[in-house]
Design a protein around this ligand. Structure first.
Ligand SMILES: NC(=O)c1ccc[n+]([C@@H]2O[C@H](COP(=O)([O-])OP(=O)(O)OC[C@H]3O[C@@H](n4cnc5c(N)ncnc54)[C@H](O)[C@@H]3O)[C@@H](O)[C@H]2O)c1
Length: 353
C-alpha cells in the first residue's frame, strides 16, 4: 500500500524501551512522518513517551493501533520472541511494518511474514541498522573495487551486556555482523561452524565464536560477547592488497584503509606449483565518512519504501537469510562446532542482484 506525496506518514511504535525511544524521537523529527501512537505493556514507558511527545497516544493494547486509520505503519521494537506474533497481526491489518532485528526467532516465521507483506502489498523492513551506516557503506565501496581480492572478514562485538532474557548473545549481536557480511559480500554463507559458552551461568550462550564460509573461499569470523569489559564494535576486511577497518566507536576515523597486503604469485614456469609471497606496503588512509545517524537513514529509507511501494534494502527476505545462518549456528553450537550447511533454498533476490 503506497501513500501519496505531501502526506505525513502516521507511525505507531510498539515497544518503547531503550531502542524504541530512538524510533519515537526520529520519526517525530523527520518532516515526512509523525508519531501518532505508542504501545507498550508497561504504563511507565507510555507515560514517559507521552510526557516528551504529547501528541502520541499511549496504549497497552496492540489492537488499538491496528484499528486506528491514522496509523500507516507500525515499528515493532519489542523483545525478539514477540516480533512474529505482533508483526503477523499488523500485516493482516494491512499496516506497513519496520521490525527490529532479529526479524523473528525462526526461519519459517520470517518467510511467512515476508510472503504476507507481499500478498497484502504492505512494506516489511527489518532494522538491520548497520546497512544504513555510512562507514559500512564506505567499506563496501572499497571492497567493490576488487571483490576478488577479499581473503576474509572478521567482526568483534563485545561488551558487558546488556544481557537479554529471550535470545542468546549470538542471536542478539551476531545478527548485525551476519547482515553486514552478507551485504559487503553480496552473498550468503554456505556453511558455519560455531562454539558458544554460558560463562555467566545463565541458560543461554553469552559468548560465541562463529566461522562462516562464503562463496569463492571467503571466510568470515564473528566474536560476540556479553561478558567482555572491553566494548568493541569492529568489522575488518583483509584483502590481498589492503586491510579495511570499520570501528564504530572511533568517531574521528570510523574507517581506515591500510594499503598493505600479501599475495602468493607463481614463480618461474619451471618450478610449477611453487609460489612466492609478494608483500605490498603502502600508506594508511582515513577516508571522509559522511556524518549521518544510521537509524535516521534507515527510517528515511522505510518512509520512502512505504511511499513508493518499493522493496526495502533490508526486506523480510534479507531478514530471513540472516536467520538461516543463525539457525545453522545454533545447530553447530549444539554439536560442539561441527560444520553445518546453511539451507540454500529461496535465496534472497536482493542480495543476488
Ligand atoms: N538495531 C539495533 O542496533 C538495536 C539496538 C538495540 C536493540 N535492538 C532491538 O530492539 C528490540 C528491543 O530492544 P530494547 O533494547 O529496546 O529492549 P527493551 O527491553 O529496553 O524494550 C522492549 C520494550 O518492549 C515492551 N514490550 C515487550 N513485549 C511487548 C508486547 N507484546 N507489546 C507491547 N510492548 C511490549 C517492553 O515492555 C519494553 O518496554 C529488540 O528486538 C532488540 O534486538 C536493536
Amino acid at each position: 500500500m503506497s501513500v501519496a506525496a505531501p502526506y505525513q506518514i502516521g507511525i505507531a511504535v510498539a515497544g518503547c524501551g531503550y531502542w524504541g525511544m530512538n524510533y519515537v524521537r526520529i520519526f517525530s523529527e523527520l518532516p515526512e512522518s509523525r508519531v501518532v501512537a505508542v504501545c507498550d505493556q508497561r504504563t511507565d514507558r507510555l507515560k514517559e513517551v507521552e510526557r516528551c511527545h504529547p501528541t502520541a497516544r499511549g496504549t497497552t493494547e496492540l489492537e488499538d493501533l491496528l484499528i486506528d486509520p491514522t496509523v500507516d505503519a507500525v515499528v515493532i521494537c519489542t523483545d525478539a520472541t514477540s516480533h512474529y506474533a505482533i508483526a503477523r497481526r499488523c500485516l493482516l491489518a494491512r499496516k506497513n511494518i519496520l521490525i527490529e532485528k532479529p526479524i523473528t526467532t525462526a526461519v519459517n516465521q520470517a518467510e511467512e511474514l515476508a510472503a504476507l507483506s507481499e500478498s497484502n502489498r504492505v512494506t516489511l523492513m527489518v532494522g538491520h541498522t548497520f546497512i544504513y551506516n555510512a562507514g559500512i557503506r564506505k567499506v563496501k565501496a572499497y571492497l567493490k573495487q576488487a571483490p576478488e581480492n577479499i581473503y576474509y572478514l572478521h567482526a568483534r562485538r563485545t561488551n558487558l551486556g546488556p544481557i537479554r532474557r529471550d535470545v542468546n548473545a549470538v542471536w542478539d549481536l551476531a545478527t548485525h555482523d551476519i547482515a553486514i557480511f552478507n551485504y559487503l559480500l553480496d552473498s550468503v554463507p554456505e556453511w558455519v561452524s560455531a562454539v558458544g559458552g554460558k560463562i555467566l551461568r545463565n541458560c543461554r550462550e553469552d559468548v560465541g565464536f562463529v566461522c562462516l564460509g562464503y562463496p569463492h573461499n571467503v571466510l568470515g569470523h564473528i566474536h560476540v560477547s556479553w561478558a567482555d569489559p572491553n566494548k568493541t564494535r569492529e568489522v575488518v576486511a583483509v584483502c590481498s592488497d589492503r586491510r579495511i577497518v570499520f570501528d564504530d566507536l572511533n568517531g574521528r576515523e570510523q574507517v581506515r584503509v591500510f594499503d598493505k597486503g600479501v599475495r602468493a604469485v607463481p614463480t618461474e614456469p619451471l618450478n610449477y606449483g611453487e609460489c612466492q609471497l609478494q608483500i605490498r606496503d603502502g600508506d594508511i588512509l582515513s577516508p571522509v565518512v559522511e556524518a549521518s545517524e544510521p537509524l535516521k537513514n534507515q527510517c528515511r529509507h522505510f518512509l520512502e519504501c512505504v511511499r513508493s511501494g518499493t522493496r526495502p534494502l533490508t526486506s523480510g527476505w534479507e531478514g530471513r537469510d540472516v536467520l538461516k545462518v543463525l539457525e545453522a549456528i545454533d545447530q553447530s553450537i549444539k554439536l560442539n562446532g561441527s560444520q553445518i550447511e546453511v539451507a540454500k533454498n529461496g535465496y534472497s533476490a536482493h542480495i543476488a542482484a
